[in-house]
Structures are given as structure tokens and as C-alpha cells.
Design a protein around this ligand. Structure first.
Ligand code: DQA
Length: 145
């Protein structure tokens, strides 16, 4: 049987991981995270398709694609769009796939404007605050679905 597919979608500014405020987001680059995820996915019998965009519409198109490709789940770190995007909220509801919200930092321990998450309101669950490890924990959660 083919491995089950998990989409890993990353929003604005996450292409800068490694150099972007490392005291908050850590030293790992998005490629480092993708490599660690691929290794763990292989052990779990999963395949990941990991992407990043600074544009909201790309993320929405990819969510739709996850559904048409029959993905098992979507791991979504929407970056700052987490706190603003009703369109992403609608997309999560529309695709009827389990979406696991991921954050490197713990937004609730940060500025007040990060405390609201439109993604949380539609997601299956959230893993935040564990740095790059948040993604691996989210993959474990996807594998257990
Ligand atoms: C983030 C948290 C968001 O508040 C922020 O805008 C990001 C990164 C995180 O992974 O900790 O871009 O999603």
C-alpha cells in the first residue's frame, strides 16, 4: 500500500527560519525541519509534502489540493496569518481533513495580538512552543489519527 500523505504547509516569513529571531524561533532552517520530518515520516509509513509561501492564496490552494490528493492530514504553521485569516479558517472547515496547527513558539506567551488564532478555531488540535520539535510532535499526532 502507498504511504499515507501528509501536507506540511508553512506561511509568511517561515522561509527565513534559521536567521529570523533565532532567540524565539531557534537555529533550525525550514530545510532542517523538512529533513527531520521526512526521516520520521518514513519510519511511520508516511510521506510528507512540505511547502512554504508568503502568500495567503497559495496556502489556500494547497489546502484544497491536500483534499483532492486524499491526504491523511495537514500540518499548518500559518505564521502571522494564524491571527488574521478568516479565509484560512474557512479553508480548514471546507476541506474536511484533520488540520494540526503548529507553532515553533508559544503564541499565548507572547504579544496579545498573537493570542487569537483563527486556525485553532477550525483545527483538530494545536502543538506549539517546542521549537522545531513542534512539527515532529504534530507528525506523531497525524500518524495516530
Ligand atoms: C509562529 C507564531 C506566529 O505568531 C508568528 O507570526 C510566526 C511564527 C510560530 O511558529 O511560532 O510567524 O507561527
Amino acid at each position: 500500500m502507498a504511504d499515507k500523505l501528509v501536507y506540511v504547509l508553512n506561511g509568511p516569513n517561515l522561509n527565513l527560519l534559521g536567521t529570523r529571531e533565532p532567540e524565539i524561533y531557534g537555529a533550525d532552517t525550514l530545510d532542517d525541519i523538512g529533513n527531520a520530518l521526512s526521516d520520521r515520516a518514513a519510519q511511520l509509513g508516511l510521506t510528507i509534502d512540505m511547502r512554504q509561501s508568503n502568500h495567503e492564496g497559495h496556502l489556500i490552494d494547497w489546502m484544497h489540493e491536500a483534499r483532492s490528493e486524499g491526504a491523511l492530514a495537514v500540518l499548518l504553521n500559518a505564521g502571522a496569518l494564524t491571527h488574521t485569516s478568516i479565509a484560512l479558517y474557512d479553508a480548514i472547515r471546507a476541506i474536511e481533513l484533520p488540520v494540526i496547527e503548529v507553532h515553533l513558539s508559544n503564541p499565548h506567551a507572547r504579544e496579545k495580538f498573537r493570542h487569537k488564532s483563527y486556525v485553532s478555531m477550525a483545527a483538530k488540535g494545536t502543538i506549539s512552543g517546542f521549537g522545531a520539535n513542534s512539527y515532529l510532535l504534530a507528525l506523531e499526532a497525524a500518524a495516530a489519527l
